[in-house]
Design a protein around this ligand. Structure first.
Ligand code: WTA
Length: 645
């Protein structure tokens, strides 16, 4: 890979960085060779504990059993707010930038404390106690952060459902987690359009009798249907509450949140994270990977409905006493200059976004960027999917003016925090590589037989030892956790990603090796989309695969076999797209629907997705052996009608 360009740490950056290359190496060595000592020191430095732990960690990856900071006690809201008050009461904790460029708000740590405590009292008054699950279905407004932290104040477990999900998806998640309280808003606002959150919530709650309280934030003032039995306005509820709420001190291993994510089979899984280890790694990575320094303004463009929003809008930055920017809108509205206008308006120093957004903005042309200053920027970051070198270089050259390191961070909902990423003052960059492991992370590449690949090579990416922010379970189904992550290669955590390691030990993620799609950085199981499609009475069978898409990274390609006697037409295609939106949400819209009179199957009836992927990607000369198919002729038909019919 000697032809890959290398971007050394800029000399100016080196002078002021928290961690240079030497320090990275010594800390990484310590984290691997003296882990107990290393993690104890970090846990003491980054968090405030009510009671220290008696043992640093205990794990058995074969059983998917992971524990950190055993017997340690703490409270997350105290760590994210109270302990900062002596020094930072008047420092801005959250800069909120509205969808409408004329709207913004600055929330200090003192205000954050007040809002969170009042809401926590309100939840307690409604009977919510430690361990109870609270569902949050919100737009990107400060109340979403208050809701998360209010749950942590009283030891309740939040389960955030992305505001773009459908009523059905919301219902499934509320039921699976056994939530009894929902927090939502009348409507969301994105790109000038209203999102009917309360209406969606009403449709979901019709099937969730156990939800006794629905707390509604008035965001737009739009019309809503009111149900006196359970609906209550947020502003009315908190108005009556005291401004201090005694924090519930919880165990390091008590659950902090559940977050649903897609896998290759069945319904989405509720990934369970616990308190101490998660908060520590979120805080450490936020500081070290972004080189966050006192006074920096930091902006992560994710939504709190995804893990990136959990760890890098809320928990990591607030645990570090940082100023975090929360953006309600979308990067391309009112125009493609929005992000850079916001950077200049709030003097953003660190900007973290997804490759799909970078590609979309790159497509809009350089002028939208170059007409802004961006002089405040110091570090750029990406997350969610592999970034193609062209987009990386554009981000570096045009957005960062060749001056700001880009941290390409590889991690997952299940890992809770960054796992592979260049510390910007320590590691030379290579466009498209998430580079090297974070402290304490021991990645390995495993071949099909389960043997570790040594040196440069390619394989399935696994993690060899437990890390603090690791998934603890799949909510309500620990066996599924074991089956999904720990049984493919016993003794390892299996990520579901393939990767290559080069001669310098840098990792290059090649994408999922399972049936999980990554569409605009959003994870989706092919099985979920297929289940939605086959609900239609005219559909006999459906097979969904991903294919390369210029902006989204991957697009959704659906092969659909209709019932005998059904005539395919464009109207039916529209109905199928609408069905996916209804069942899952707009992010699950198929980009291509191809009518498939037959699907390629083995003689035992298993669909050969490899072939479908190749056809969708137009890689027709590498279809492989099709002679073992039950009916090889179906392949010719599928090729002849690619992207068509
Ligand atoms: C992919 C998002 C390449 C990967 C934090 C992973 C990436 C999945 C990167 C997790 C990256 C995430 N480079 N691929 N920097 N970051 N991925 O759970 O396939 O929504 O397994 O977590 O996204 O997606 P999730």
């Amino acid at each position: 890979m000697s032809d890959v360009p290398r971007y050394p740490v800029p000399e100016d950056f080196k002078k002021k960085t928290l961690i240079d290359n030497e320090r990275y190496k010594s800390m990484y060595d310590a984290s691997i060779n003296n882990p107990d000592e290393f993690w104890s020191e970090q846990a003491r430095q980054f968090l405030t504990w009510q009671k220290p732990w008696t043992q640093v960690t205990r794990s058995d990856l074969r059983k998917g059993k992971v524990e950190w900071f055993i017997d340690g006690k703490l409270n997350v809201s105290v760590n994210c707010i109270d302990r900062h008050l002596p020094a930072r009461a008047n420092q801005v904790a959250i800069i909120w930038e509205g969808d409408n460029p004329a709207e913004d708000k600055h929330i200090t740590y003192a205000e954050l404390h007040r809002e969170v405590n009042k809401l926590a009292n309100a939840l307690r008054a409604r009977g919510v106690k430690k361990g109870d699950r609270v569902c949050i279905y919100m737009p990107m407004i400060p109340e979403a952060t208050y809701a998360m932290l209010a749950c942590t104040r009283i030891g309740a477990v939040h389960s955030i459902v992305f505001g773009g999900f459908s009523p059905d998806a919301l219902k499934d998640r509320i039921q699976n987690a056994g939530c009894e309280v929902l927090i939502t808003a009348d409507e969301g606002l994105r790109g000038g359009k209203r999102v009917p959150l309360k209406k969606n919530a009403d449709a979901a709650l019709a099937h969730c009798p156990e939800v006794h309280t629905n707390i509604v934030v008035r965001r737009t003032g739009g019309d809503v249907v009111w149900n006196d039995a359970k609906d209550v306005w947020y502003h009315e509820l908190v108005a009556q509450q005291a401004e201090f709420c005694e924090p519930e001190i919880v165990d390091a291993e008590d659950p902090l949140f559940i977050l649903y994510t897609s896998g290759s089979t069945g319904k989405p899984k509720g990934v369970l994270h616990t308190t101490g280890g998660y908060l520590l790694q979120a805080a450490m990575t936020h500081k070290y990977v972004f080189d966050y320094q006192e006074g920096d303004v930091y902006w992560c463009t994710a939504d709190v409905g995804w893990v990136t929003g959990h760890s890098y809008i809320v928990y990591g930055p607030l645990a570090n006493g940082a100023t975090t920017l929360m953006f309600e809108g979308v990067p391309t509205w009112p125009d493609a200059s929005r992000c850079w206008q916001v950077v200049d308006k709030h003097k953003v120093n660190i900007f973290y976004t997804a490759p799909t957004a970078i590609r979309a903005l790159m497509g809009a042309g350089d002028d939208w960027v170059t007409k802004t200053s961006r002089a405040s920027l110091r570090v750029l970051g990406t997350v969610g999917e592999p970034i193609n070198p062209e987009a990386w270089q554009w981000f570096y050259r045009v957005v960062g003016d060749n001056r700001c390191p880009i941290v390409d961070t590889w991690w997952q909902t299940e890992t809770g925090a960054h796992m592979l990423a260049p510390l910007p003052g320590a590691i030379d960059l290579k466009p498209g590589s998430a580079t090297v492991p974070f402290f304490g992370v021991e990645p390995v590449l495993v071949d099909a037989e389960g043997n570790e690949v040594q040196g440069a090579g390619e394989g399935n990416l696994c993690i060899k030892r437990a890390w603090p922010s690791q998934i603890r379970s799949v909510y309500g189904d620990h066996q599924r956790c074991i089956d999904t992550y720990y049984s493919t290669y016993p003794g390892y955590y299996f990520t579901g990603d393939g990767a290559r390691r080069d001669e310098d030990g840098y990792y290059w993620i090649t994408g999922r090796v399972d049936d999980v799609l990554n569409v605009s950085g959003h994870r989706m199981g092919t099985a979920e989309v297929e289940s939605a499609l086959v609900l239609h009475e005219s559909v006999a069978e459906a097979a969904v695969v991903g294919y390369p898409h210029d902006i989204k990274g991957q697009g959704i390609y659906a092969y659909v076999t209709l019932m005998d006697g059904t005539e395919p037409d464009d109207n039916l295609k529209k109905e199928l797209v609408a069905l996916c939106v209804r069942e899952i949400g707009a992010i699950a819209k198929p980009d291509v629907i191809q009518w498939a009179p037959g699907l390629p199957k083995t003689r035992s009836g298993k669909i050969m997705r490899r072939i479908l992927r190749k056809i969708a990607a137009n890689e027709l000369d590498s279809l492989g052996d099709t002679t073992t198919l039950a009916d090889p002729a179906v392949v010719d038909d599928l090729i002849a009608n690619r992207h068509g019919r």
